[in-house]
Design a protein around this ligand. Sequence first.
Ligand SMILES: *Cc1c(COP(=O)(O)O)cnc(C)c1O
Length: 236
Amino acid sequence: MTIAENIREIRGRIAAAETRAGRAPGEVTLICVTKTRTVEEMMEAVRAGALDLGENRVQEMTEKYANMQDMAVVTEKKYNIKWHLIGQLQRNKVKYIIGKTTLIHSVDSFRLAEEIERRAEEAGVDVDVLIQVNPAGEAQKAGVSLPEAEALVSEIESGLTRVQVTGLMSVVPIAGDPEEVRGYFREVKQAFDKIAISRPAFRHLSMGMTHDYEVAIEEGATMVRVGTGIFRNGGQ
Ligand SMILES: *Cc1c(COP(=O)(O)O)cnc(C)c1O
């Protein structure tokens, strides 16, 4: 299967999951996770209509950002690519991505949000972020616990002006059967709904990867982050 065929198949599965969940068609955004992929592979995905790209490392993202801008501008019509930072963000790297990302999915401390605020203020831009949660409490994973999430949202709301929290992002444990993690998705959605009350800007729920995105959509994801599923056998 080519990258374009994989994307078409995944879009079909997303649509079916939306229907099963009683969601509006097209409500879920497919984020094409491009970490470790070449810009040529990425352009193939872009040409197939995957304009939301997810990267997990700052340096990799900024290098590809520059290359892709050149490619898209010089060799093709300009695509309106949106960049999502989905991996851990160190405070000393914030300055490199301000003004380039559509959404930072991985804010998990007030100190990090404060650094984003500082750099956003310097650049004169506003920055949308998600709070990363760690529903299973896995020691090796970033993210705040579900009970801590609302307090962090409130702290950012009351202390910062350039940083806007627009939702939650979650990574759940790897499971052989995605049914095993349905309960985590459900807990994240419950926490999301509670925080979203009286916060109209709070609207994104980023959860689900190649293994489990259909279950995540059934449980309320509005963004899924799919890498392997798009690029496997790509280009052959
Ligand atoms: C790599 C990655 C993904 C995509 O994982 P696949 O299993 O390849 O779909 C999603 N989210 C994050 C945070 C990642 O690092």
